[in-house]
Every structure is written in structure tokens, then in C-alpha cells.
Design a binder for this molecule. Sequence first.
Ligand code: 4AD
Ligand code: MG
Length: 466
Amino acid sequence: MDIRQLFSGEQKDQKVTVRGWVRTFRANRFIALNDGSCLANLQCVVDFEKTPEEVLAEINTGAALEISGTLVESQGKGQLFEVQADSVTILGRSNPDEYPIQPKKHSLEFLREKAHLRVRTNTFAAVMRVRAALSFAVHQYFTQHGFYQVHTPIITGSDAEGAGEMFRVTTKDPSQKSDEPDFFGKETNLTVSGQLEAETYAMGLGKVYTFGPTFRAENSNTSRHLAEFWMIEPEVAFNDLDDNMDLAEDFIKSVLAYVLENCKEDLAFLDQRFAQEEAKKPQQERSPMGLIERLEFVTKNEFMRVSYTEAIAILRNSKPNKKKKFKYPIDAWGADLQSEHERYLVEKHFSSPVILFDYPAEIKAFYMRMNEDGKTVRAMDVLFPGVGEMVGGSQREERLDKLIERMRAMDIDEEELWWYTDLRRFGTAVHAGFGLGFERLVLYTTGMSNIRDVIPYPRTPLNAAF
Ligand code: 4AD
Ligand code: MG
């Protein structure tokens, strides 16, 4: 039986069997057993006089055990129930001199090197359970709101974002020169986004979403970028940018409310951890709210909605720090915002999530709908304290002539995307969607500070271990 179920107490005074891994063994008597089902360990009390010497010798941190005994109300402090063990079976030994996860605080950097074992720590187990709950909440939200999940291809022939940061997929040996056609008879890559294909499905199924891995060969070694990350991309026919903002806001609030309700124990633990980490920072960099407080705040308050042009005006009149300057000064309208600008807006100016919209066309992708001003497009980014850009989305250009014009101006291959422009030929309609970086959502929800610590096996430049 899962330890989590035992803590309900329904099995009180009955015989139970549990299996898990030893966290600690004290005084030849108290085993703290964890099976991953929840944060709390189950205390199992062994009678060392009745337990063979060779079994006692193998009850080491990290070992896998099966324990049978009676579930009783605990005498000790800190837990409601414990197991009085009748028998202990060693399922898998663990040499205490070699096992790297000792019952003490390890640094996150150290644990990244032991990524195959780090989920046996409280922090990583809590993060991964919250990640799983968020993933479930995503599917639940869209299903309840009438969306269909579509599985868009992982190998593609097009660069959806037109940013050219793709990983080539080929069966050709790069050291051999050959005129043989490649596997697909054309150049192919790992997808950077399922959006373009999702758009085609929205134009038949109405409301769709994707939730899959995406890949970007950007050489940005930051705490917010991965080369392989999971993206959630809803796409809705007949939605305009305002509907799109409403959807993004409601969706984020809803999945956060789900974890607040369903991951109480893990969030309480992560909340404490967050407080300890924040306390190490200089006063002015600390989060003004605790982790749970911050999540509740987001679910209860409206996101600020500000146009790019308004944001530029705010930034120009701001004094971000003692020097009253940004590293990248805001000189002219039209420049892309740097993360220091985004952070200033969400963390200092508004102290809330912010949706920026109507960006200059120049700095956004070709598929975004041109505004009447001919200068800005119907783009939106949702910015969050601590993580920066959580969502990027837009209303799509549904007018064939305007789309072609933009593709030409931005040097996007029309021939390659014939099927995408076809959508504008047969029953075109206003539509919109966005992409939410799942790891950035997990980062924000768990209060971790590095994106490498919210995915089991991070892929980053010069790192694809495990
Ligand atoms: O803003 P992006 O590039 O938007 C798109 O890909 C659109 N096609 C989405 C759409 O409209 N359907 O990426 C969307 C989100 C970002 O806001 C960010 O949260 C996340 O994906 N993201 C990354 N997350 C981790 N590592 C990276 N290298 C990321 N690049 C983007
Ligand atoms: Mg973006």
C-alpha cells in the first residue's frame, strides 16, 4: 500500500505491508521510509532483538525494503501513524560508503550531477509531483473547456518561428560526401513549436491544444532556457487577441488553483524552502511574498494589460536602481525588451503578472496579425515575476494578401509553407493562440530558481548527460 494512503489512518491497528527506500535509520530502531507517494516519511519501528543481525546491517540510507507490521498511532512527535514492524526484508542493498544522497542538505549543483538519484530528495520529489499535477491540470482544463488535444509532429520541415534555431534531423553521415537523398528527401529538423500545424487543426476542430516537447538550439546558457522543453499551445478559431488574453489568464489561474488545492503538503514544503532561499538574497532582491501567498495572489487578481508602446513610456520614465539606468537603455520605440525591462515592469512597477500586447512587427514572427497602424502586430507576451516570459502568443494573420506580404518581407519560404497559406484560401477566419513554456510554469509554481531543476534530465548547451 502507498504510504500516502496509510496516513489516512483507515488501516489503523491492522496488518500492513509497505515498500520504499530508507531515508534514515536511527538508534538501530527507527526507519524513516519513503516510497515517493508523498513527502512525509513513514516511521517504521523495528525490534532489534527479534531482527537478524545481517538484516539490521543492511538497513542503510538508500536501501529498498519491504516492511510488514501493524499500523499504530505514533508515540513520537512529528507523525500521526507509524508501523510496528514484524518483519523487514531487504529488497535492494545500498552501500552507505558509496550512496551519494546522504541525509543532509546537498547543493542543487551537486544533485544535477546525480540527476538519476536526485528524485530521492524531498526537494526534487516535491517538484516532480507538482510538475505531474500541473500536467494533469493542463489536460483537465482544456478538456473541460471543449478543447481537443492534437499531436503535432516532432520532426518538421519548417521553422515555425522563423528564428532558425533548429536541430537538424538526418540519417546522413556528416563525414561522408554523398548525393544520396536524405531520409525524408528534404531537410528536416526537430520542431521549435507545433503552432502552424495546430492552426490547421483549429480550422477544423475549432478549439485545440498541443502539449509536447519542443527543441531550440539557442546558445543561451541561462536559468530560464532549455534546448528541450515542453510547450502547451492552444489555438482557437474565431478568437481575437482579447479572447486570447482572457484564455491565457484564465488557464494559468486555473492550473495554479488546482495545485494549491491538490498539492498542499508539497507546496508547504516548497514554501519553506523558498523562504530560506529568499532570506539569503539582498533585501531589495527578495520576493515581497511567500511562495503560496504569491500563487494565491495570482489566482485572485487580474493580470495587468499594457501595450508595448505604453510599456516603453513607463520604462523611459523609470529609475530602476541606484544608478537610475538600465544596462540596455530604452532609446527608441521598436527595440525588443530585455529581461531587465520585463523584470522591472512585473517586479517593480506593477508587482503583478503583466500581459504586454501590440508589439512592433519588426521584432515578432511573420504569422502575427498586422494592426491598422501598419507598424504593430497583435502579439502578446505574459510576463511573470522571477521567470520573465511565461507565454508568447498572438492573433494570427488570416488575410492571405497581408500574410504573403509579411512572408516576403521577412524572407519566409512561401513554397515550403504552401499548406499554411492554403488555410487562408479555404474558409479563412480570425483565430488566435499562444505557447506556454511548461518548465517556466513549473519554475514559478515551485519557487525553484533554475530551470534545470524542474525537468528530470535537462538538455542545455554542452550538456546531454543521462
Ligand atoms: O514565445 P515563443 O517562442 O512562442 C512560440 O513558439 C509560438 N509559436 C507559440 C504560439 O503562439 N503557439 O515560445 C513560447 C513560450 C515562451 O513564452 C517561453 O515560456 C517558452 O515557450 N520558451 C522556452 N522555455 C524554455 N526554454 C526555452 N529555450 C524556451 N523558449 C521559449
Ligand atoms: Mg516569445
